[in-house]
Design a protein around this ligand. Structure first.
Ligand code: CP
Ligand code: NVA
Length: 309
């Protein structure tokens, strides 16, 4: 517990499998307390600044509610509100916010901006999504898998679709907790090779398999967990048409899921585009754990805030 205090949460790359499991257990404990109506005001009087350069429903609401449940306060800062939106530098913003608040959450485009913010901030910085990674999301995914399957080690996760921030954070997280991961993406939309290398290094230590291929049937075969995400992420809206073509064979539907284990669960970070990356009968069907997954963002954020701040 002590080793978390004051740290940044920028990427799962910086956390060991043991630490990831510790955060999951802490989230489960806080979830149980909330369900039992037991107050848990561990951050009384503390404040979190939340910088959003991109839209958000889940991240924004769950962080704000998490701070409230912990007895603290959150400030929502959009680019229209703060001077950073008019060009005030990231280091100056970091220095100034650190004089007011106890932690900074940021959702933005480049990972390097989050790293720069963390470099100049004297309070913990939490990554709430970049083009490269979405680490908090993957902790919520892992908590959901653990709840539904009772364990993580030895399970196989299949990610079908764009080699984006979600794919990257799954690649960084799954091998560390002993999960096999198979990613199927079309040529040109594969995950970042540096991240695949890191995933394979972690996989060697835990003895699991990391696979990045083109064939979605091969990837999903015998999967315990099936994950997909939008074909065009935030900032790629103008590529929607060409991406629809590139990903045409990568829809998660009944025919594809017939190759997964009979008791597979389906995850999607949301927002979803029914009829594109996933069909309605899958995301709204009996295998979907997407709504538990969305809820678990709240419990994960509480655990992160309580541990880091
Ligand atoms: N999954 C996720 O991060 O959702 P929002 O974009 O709504 O925050
Ligand atoms: N890959 C998506 C995730 C949204 C939560 C995006 O970056 O837009």
């Amino acid at each position: 517990r002590k080793s978390f205090k004051g740290r940044d949460f920028l990427s799962l790359r910086d956390f060991t499998g043991r630490e990831i499991n510790f955060i999951l257990d802490e989230a489960a404990r806080l979830k149980a307390m909330q369900k039992a109506g037991i107050p848990h005001p561990y951050l009384q009087g503390k404040t979190l600044a939340m910088i959003f350069q991109k839209s958000s429903t889940r991240t924004r609401v769950s962080f704000e509610v998490a701070m409230l449940h912990l007895g603290g306060h959150a400030l929502f800062l959009s680019p229209r509100d703060i001077q950073m939106g008019r060009g005030e530098s990231v280091p100056d913003t970091a220095r100034v916010l650190s004089r007011y608040v106890d932690g900074i959450m940021i959702r933005t485009f480049s990972q390097s901006e989050v790293e720069e913010l963390a470099e100049y901030a004297t309070v913990p910085v939490i990554n709430g999504l970049t083009d490269l990674t979405h680490p908090g999301q993957i902790l919520a995914d892992l908590l959901t898998v653990k709840e539904h399957k009772g364990q993580l080690a030895g399970l196989k996760l299949a990610y079908i679709g764009d080699g984006n921030n979600i794919a990257h954070s799954l690649l960084l997280g799954c091998p560390k907790v002993g999960m096999h991961i198979s990613v199927a993406s079309p040529e040109g939309y594969r995950p970042n090779p540096d991240i695949v290398t890191l995933a394979k290094q972690a996989a060697e230590e835990t003895g699991v398999k990391v696979e990045v291929i083109s064939n979605p049937v091969q990837a999903i075969t015998d999967a315990d967990v099936v994950v997909t995400d939008v074909w065009a992420s935030m900032g790629q809206e103008q590529e929607q048409k060409e991406r629809e073509q590139a990903f045409a064979g990568y829809q998660v539907n009944q025919a594809l899921c017939a190759h997964a284990k009979p008791d597979y669960i389906f995850l999607h970070c949301l927002p979803a585009h029914r009829g594109e990356e996933v069909t309605a009968d899958i995301i709204d069907g009996p295998h979907s754990a997407a709504w538990d997954e969305a809820e678990n963002r709240l419990h994960i954020h509480k655990a992160l805030l309580a541990l880091l701040l």
